[in-house]
Design a protein. Structure first.
Length: 287
């Protein structure tokens, strides 16, 4: 069965009807009677990516916005240089999962063959399948940013908005989200997935496919900030990355090096800035 691009591509966030399934469960506990109910579970399926017929990676992902995932993953992994490098995209359903079959420019394919590796399970640490330390990080230029150009109130506003723009999470409690907001803090695009890396790749893929400028906005993620999340944001020229949870030391070091304002613990009216506090609109307390 071949799924058409039009049936899978969505301009807005995935609807609550997509990406989940219903299962009968038993509610039980201390001093309460057991009862049977219906529960909603987020879908998680194997998704294989092929480039010009060559298998390259297998992800565990929520099967919505898969075209965005293909573009975003291909771009943040350095497989393509832009949306125009993808000539065709088919998504094939099999008994084992889904296969994304991409046809890319020959120059990109040749480069891919030179550094081809086998990847698996990107929902965890993000490094499964990496064969050497040289493959851990990409060589990326620093992101263009400006001192005093980001309003703390806008960052708080974007983080607050993300909570209400996660229909799959509200329904299942099992997905992460990545959202892109304007410099004023208004979220315009959100993508969800059981994998935090996938959610960010879906967002980046959507921005790439529709030629949205990422240079003057705020990226908000519902997870912790690992080094790979920072690397993906930097690859997509996103100057501000805000996480609702904590960052890691490697993530902070990379954000400092790549000129990304990295913030964590964005909850209620507060957040913690770990790199480039000079990018905030008010000077605030100096480290």
């Amino acid at each position: 069965m071949k799924l058409t691009e039009s049936s899978l591509a969505q301009a807005g966030p995935a609807s609550p009807a997509a990406g989940h399934g219903t299962r009968r469960v038993v509610r039980a506990g201390r001093n309460v009677a057991d009862r049977a109910e219906l529960d909603e579970l987020a879908q998680e399926v194997p998704v294989a990516l092929e480039y010009n017929g060559i298998s390259h990676a297998t992800l565990l992902a929520t099967p919505v916005d898969l075209e965005d995932l293909a573009y975003g993953f291909s771009f943040t992994e350095g497989i393509i240089r832009g949306a125009s490098d993808v000539y065709d995209l088919d998504i094939v359903e099999t008994e084992q999962g889904l296969i994304i079959q991409a046809t890319i420019a020959s120059a990109c394919l040749n480069e891919l063959k030179l550094r081809r590796r086998s990847l698996a399970g990107r929902t965890g640490c993000g490094l499964c399948g990496i064969e050497s330390l040289d493959e851990v990080r990409r060589a990326l230029p620093p992101v263009a940013s400006r001192a005093g150009g980001h309003d703390p109130a806008a960052i708080v506003k974007a983080a607050e908005q993300l909570r209400a723009l996660q229909p799959l999470h509200l329904l299942t409690g099992a997905t992460h989200a990545a959202g892109w907001a304007t410099s004023a803090g208004d979220i315009l695009h959100v993508r969800e997935d059981v994998g935090r890396h996938n959610a960010l790749d879906k967002l980046i893929g959507h921005m790439l496919r529709h030629s949205h400028d990422t240079a003057d906005g705020i990226t908000v993620i519902s997870s912790r900030a690992s080094f790979e999340m920072v690397q993906k944001a930097a690859a997509a020229h996103m100057p501000v990355l805000v996480a609702v949870s904590a960052p890691t030391t490697y993530a902070v070091a990379m954000a400092e090096e790549l000129n990304v304002l990295l913030a964590g613990f964005a909850r209620e009216n507060l957040f913690t800035v770990y790199s480039h506090p000079e990018y905030l609109g008010n000077k605030g307390a100096q480290p």
